[in-house]
Design a protein. Structure first.
Length: 400
């Protein structure tokens, strides 16, 4: 089986590996053996037309249930046993939980057992559980992770909800326009073909387009499909994904405001992850390296420069401000956190500030963009219809 692994190594940063292995665990072990830290792993290169695919491991639900059992007084092994019994006998989730239990019975720590399943448990989760073993507060670490995921998911859902209706409206409007241009216009072109140059200029151009679709529509569709497949193959060969395409689009000067909102969203995730790691007892330098993967290429390069300065003895607030990763409010909160010794809490506040700003902008964008999009699509459809019926109006006027 072929697996595509997103991995991190200090010398290379975040990279993508393609590994052939019997299973996900073996593929992750292969990458780990090469000195990489596995971030995410997924199967690639196959089609599953038959059979039902198992749902992915729900890490948030697993953490919530495990914390509840621990708070109820059960030991870690007993809690894992209870979680295993409620799963189907042949499910992948049960096998993974049984694997954790087996590792614990062999005398290994919980964080070491979790490392055997890098495709399920991300480095952030491993770091929190490893730090909790020094304090004996695994339930507290799980609680912080649950709160972290809840806040992250809440902002993501709010942003997604603000974009669902515009995307739906754009899809329906695009389908209507496509229907007019590929079905209605070609049929009108046959009706008006005898009028020739007596038609208005715009109507003639529109009907010429209809004649073109009528004569070469299939060939044009084939060309579009082939061009799309070639572009996808080129992007895959260059290891470009949607993130690369999004960065290219956001580099346009006209989208500077949107680019700043994406930057604020990335900084919110970065600071929330940093706050969670620091509250879990992870050193600042280690936490910076782990949270680096949440930033884009340019911001990650700036963070690397800030990390070098921090290792050299420069204050974190000053290094982040020089790297342009700390707006004025964030910079002030970082300075206060350095003096008070509660950097984790201050970073959580910075994340809340950026999340609120992102959510407000998403709501404002949805309220403004939806009516503008409806108006634009309506005007475009009306323009096509008027051009199609304009010759009829002129003929009716000449008859009168």
């Amino acid at each position: 089986m072929r697996f595509e692994i997103t991995a991190y190594r200090h010398e290379e940063g975040v990279t993508t590996l393609v590994v052939e292995a019997p299973g996900a665990e073996e593929a992750a072990a292969n990458a780990t053996g090469q000195g990489y830290e596995v971030v995410a792993i997924r199967e690639s290169g196959g089609w599953k037309l038959l059979g039902r695919r198992e749902p992915p491991f729900d890490l948030l639900l697993f953490s919530q249930e495990l914390r509840s059992l621990l708070d109820a007084g059960l030991s870690l092994i007993e809690s894992l046993g209870a979680l295993s019994r409620k799963e189907n006998a042949n499910s992948a989730k049960r096998r993974q939980i049984d694997g954790l239990t087996r590792q614990l019975r062999e005398g290994k720590s919980f964080s070491v057992a979790l490392r055997q399943f890098p495709a399920v448990f991300p480095p952030l989760y491993l770091a929190l559980t490893s730090a909790s073993e020094q304090t004996g507060d695994l339930g507290g670490a799980l609680g912080r992770f649950i709160d972290y995921r809840g806040r992250m998911d809440a902002v993501k859902k709010r942003v997604s909800a603000a974009t669902i209706y515009p995307i739906l409206l754009l899809g329906v409007g695009g389908f209507v326009i496509l229907f007019l241009m590929t079905y209605v216009v070609p049929r009108f072109s046959k009706v008006y073909e005898d009028l020739g140059s007596d038609l208005p200029l715009m109507s003639r151009l529109l009907l010429q387009w209809g004649s073109l679709i009528e004569s070469y529509g299939l060939q044009m569709l084939v060309v579009i499909v082939v061009a799309g497949v070639a572009a996808a193959a080129y992007f895959r060969r260059r290891k470009w994904g949607w993130g690369t395409l999004l960065r290219g689009v956001l580099s346009w000067p006209a989208l500077a405001a949107v680019r700043e909102r994406f930057r604020a969203y990335a900084l919110a995730r970065f600071y929330r992850t940093m706050g969670l790691l620091l509250q879990g007892g992870i050193p600042v330098v280690t936490a910076l390296g782990m949270a680096r993967e949440l930033l884009d290429v340019d911001m990650a390069a700036a963070l690397d420069r800030a990390l070098i300065e921090v290792r050299g003895g420069v204050a974190l607030s000053e290094a982040m401000e020089r790297a342009h990763l700390a707006p004025p409010v964030a910079s002030d909160l970082l300075r206060i956190g350095e003096k008070a010794g509660d950097m984790g809490e201050k970073m959580m506040r910075i994340a809340d500030f950026h999340d609120d700003e992102t959510a407000r902008w998403a709501d404002w964008f949805a309220r403004l963009f939806e009516p503008l999009l409806m108006l634009t699509i309506g005007l475009f459809v009306a323009f096509i219809v008027v051009l199609l019926y304009m010759p009829i109006f002129e003929l009716a006027g000449s008859v009168q």
